[in-house]
Design a protein around this ligand. Sequence first.
Ligand code: ZN
Length: 298
Amino acid sequence: MAEAKQGNAAENNPYDALVRLLRDKALYDSVFVPDGAVYELQTLIQSSAIAFDAYCPSCGADTTWRVAPSDLIPQNIGQLRQAGVAFKYFFEPFTKAMRYLDFKCSRNATHVLQFAVDADETGPQKGAIRLTKFGQLPSLADIASSEIDKYRQFISGVDLAELKRAVGLAAHGVGIGSFVYLRRVFERLVAEAADAAIDAGASQFTRDEFDRMRMEDKLQGVKDYVPAWMVQNRKLYAILSRGLHELSEDTCKQAFPAVKQATLALLEQHAEEAQKKKRATEAALELEKLQKTLDRDG
Ligand SMILES: [Zn+2]
């Protein structure tokens, strides 16, 4: 839906359009800005006034990325504008500067995010400039993947690999495919909970019976073995499944950040609860030992 809207009209806020292109869009995606925005964007670049928040793989933390002024933009652009110089004299330096856009990490200026953007005034829309991202380093996929590494301490290797595949696909503009991997992570958590319930002799089902149950019933069956949050927010699974069967590629792309956050929140809670349970079991064992010692000595 949003894609179609962008294809129809130049956006009123060129700053927002450019930030979205750089921060969120896959390679070869475009946004359209009015041709009058060329002057405004160059002025913003020259005064380092374009910035956005995103993860920095080198810091291993969220940071603010701020554009570095470009040598390719004339210093006297304000005077040229006042003198009524023709559009093409603004457009040429703009196209060059956009090919080498550097953003610096506000924590450490040696951490740089590089972009290459093509500016085309002969695109399908009159009076609009089409901005197409054709280069980025580090890639969106690398940034997203290193962000997932934050969760390494409490996510199993196979979940970590599949989460990375999900964010990698999303970074390359693959919507439905990215949902598939999130759904697998969700299903694995439920299956592991079923095994734990069966091992503890606390289940009403065998593993074969469990595999044939609907997700709604599965969650009820393992509710003591998964975070309560998971049962309360079982719509996450419904949304992931809808993505596979009925949602469009674009809807999945738009929805991906929210379902990714929900999946990570789920894994985080699961790990926290497992840790609490382990600590409680160990503490109970210690108490029991202590009691025996005291009984013997007393
Ligand atoms: Zn950094």
